[in-house]
Design a protein around this ligand. Sequence first.
Ligand code: PLP
Length: 395
Amino acid sequence: MSEKKSGNSERRSVETILTHHGREPDDQFGFVNTPVYRGSTVLFKTLDDMVGQKQRFLYGRAGNPTTQSVEAVITELEGAYRTRLVPSGLAAITIAVLSCVKAGDDVLISDSAYEPGRSFADGFLKRMGVTARYYDPRIGAGISALMQPNTTAILAESPGSLTFEVQDIPAIAAAAHANGARLIVDNSWASPLYHQPLALGADLVVHAGTKMFVGHSDAFAGTISTTEAAWAEVESTRALLGFFTSGDDAYLVARGLRTLAIRMKEHHSRALEIASWLEAQPEVVQVLHPGLSSHPDHALFKRDFTGSGSLFSVLLAPAPRASVAAFVDKLEIFTMGFSWGGYESLCLPVRLGANRTAKPWTAEGNLFRLHIGLEGIDDLKADLADAIARYSAAR
Ligand SMILES: *Cc1c(COP(=O)(O)O)cnc(C)c1O
């Protein structure tokens, strides 16, 4: 947890926040980085110290200087009241949703939302007496018509990380607030560098820190940043469920954050370059990248985002499974796997079926999700051009 600082830090650039925030060399014998703190027990000198609970740390489960070094940076970037580091992006989603509901409540979830979040809602939440309904990610202000008296939370992910619909966050926030509900936004794709949902009316912002914050595919983390009004429930839910992130993992997040600005800039421009190059390649039916002028939500994207992430999808003309295998099995630079956000490029064939209910996915053809990493751009294009040629030949 970290206090939002006022004053000069309000005016600092994101690059300076990322490189200077959340570390106090004077407290660390002058060493630049806050080291890995490992610890459960925190010692008290006197009975008064223990009972008075005035020390900065009381017990390791509530955090340590390493976890706080991350929270301070994200709080500043998101313009939040406070931030909590949690063990994964999925934990960020589940804690955020649980902080808004009780038995008998209802939540609305974007049909494009991260799939394990859906499973949590359909399984766990249902067992707890909370209903979950799904909405068309392009619904905008129309979400008002779906609000019930017992709807207490909306979970949005903008853009959706498989199909890349951009959501009208201000309109959805207004509908939520008119109903006394809270809006949670998964902001993993753009990062707080390019999109700040709290400023657009959201109440909670979650990140899969595993992706861009860590940046090297070597640790799990999540963050939850909130307004002042939403904070207490998030912190008590996290504390009561016993979630804690180790100093070792927190250190990797803090280390990744120091270079987030230059990495995002590279991912942004490389992904856009490959996306627009792909638009002109054979077999390509559509490239789903909100930064392209051909994208149906491009106007909304330009209104609410200042840059784009590493991730987008490409839809290839219908072809049998053998073509999909021919595309991915012989890739030389791209590799195949879940997750994204590392320095290495990834390609994931996507099958959308049962996980779309409010707005079924009807596009014909094969969808591939690409994460554009930091390899040579011509090598990436050559790898994709070869893959497309194999896709055609295998038909
Ligand atoms: C990966 C991902 C998550 C979950 O993060 P984990 O750290 O893998 O639990 C949540 N939201 C989005 C958009 C993601 O891509």
